[in-house]
Design a protein around this ligand. Sequence first.
Ligand SMILES: *Cc1c(COP(=O)(O)O)cnc(C)c1O
Length: 223
Amino acid sequence: MYDVKGHLREVLSQLPQGVRLVAISKYHPNEYIEAAYAEGQRIFGESHEQELRQKHASLPADIEWHFIGHLQTNKVKYIAPYVTMIEAVDSLKLLREINKQAEKCGRVVKVLLELHIAEESTKYGLTLEACRELLEQGEWREMSHVRICGLMMMASFVDDQAQIRREMQTAADFFDEVKARYFPDDDAFCERSWGMSDDYQIACQTRSTMVRIGTAIFGPRVY
Ligand SMILES: *Cc1c(COP(=O)(O)O)cnc(C)c1O
């Protein structure tokens, strides 16, 4: 089997204090997750509802599952009973649905707002302007079953390290703006989720609090 434990230790040794690891286990079998779990890893991220459902049902109950991919509103009801955090909220409609389904289960689901900063047009997420509008609109303040815990973004998939750094820095600056304007007294609004296998070192230098790393721990995905 792939040396998950060795790669996990290597990645963890490079994360500064205050940066948590979400181990992205999509497309990898349970035994890989169990290997990381045996090393003490408890936060795992998945991007497909059915795959997450199967893994949640068959793996230890104290795993914190993060949903990291694009989430259709009609899938929210399946993950609301157990998911800890939904990282990529990119519309008010989705936020409303999470609140509604979490209320039905008597839970509070943590969420991050996904920013679209990358230059690629295919990426999901809110532009900075759309994110401001969503927060300014204010309906989220009445949603007692979602907790907005911060921001998430994916940098452009490019080799240009300076561009990646610029995009992450834009997200970090925007976090400060949003924190000051909408969450000054809310300690829960503290997460900056950026950094993947190829760019997590840059993320650690641009104030990430949560890196989402798959390949560098589990090896290449077989689709
Ligand atoms: C798959 C995925 C990751 C992990 O990517 P790696 O390059 O394998 O580390 C991180 N974030 C999101 C949103 C993903 O879909």
